[in-house]
Design a protein around this ligand. Sequence first.
Ligand SMILES: [Mg+2]
Length: 171
Amino acid sequence: MFSKFLPDEQIDQIFDLKPEKLKELGIKGIITDLDNTLVAWDVKDATPDVITWFKSMEENDIKVTIISNNNQERVTVFSEPLGTPFVFSAKKPLSRAFKTVAKQMDLKKEEILVVGDQLLTDVLGGNIAGFYTVLVVPVVQTDGKITRINRLIERRILKRMPNKDNRKREE
Ligand SMILES: [Mg+2]
């Protein structure tokens, strides 16, 4: 079970996911978390860098969908201007939202990458659903209420992770 918490890869920021590299991996779709993955959890709108990142994926025919456990208003206000599909109140790590999106993307699970800043929701959920998983360093070191509890558990898991550099995640 512990291995289900381990990402296939760790990156410093979402922008480290580049179309050329994704193509080499055979990735054609990205399921991304929102809060502290794309922007800080308390930032309402996409930043210019995030907008550019979405465009670069679109130009390279890499489909992106936002899956967030956050509420309808938060996720809609952020996602709609980007013109990207999204799922709110996704109940990650449960597989349902992941599977629905994979179907909508019309891609095989080997072609989909899941990225997020939390082991207990994003990475665990992505692994259970059978996707390639990427853990990103949170955009900011603060979190919303529920996430704070998850972080306590997460820190224990991170300590056991083999050969990983977690300096950026430590307080
Ligand atoms: Mg998050």
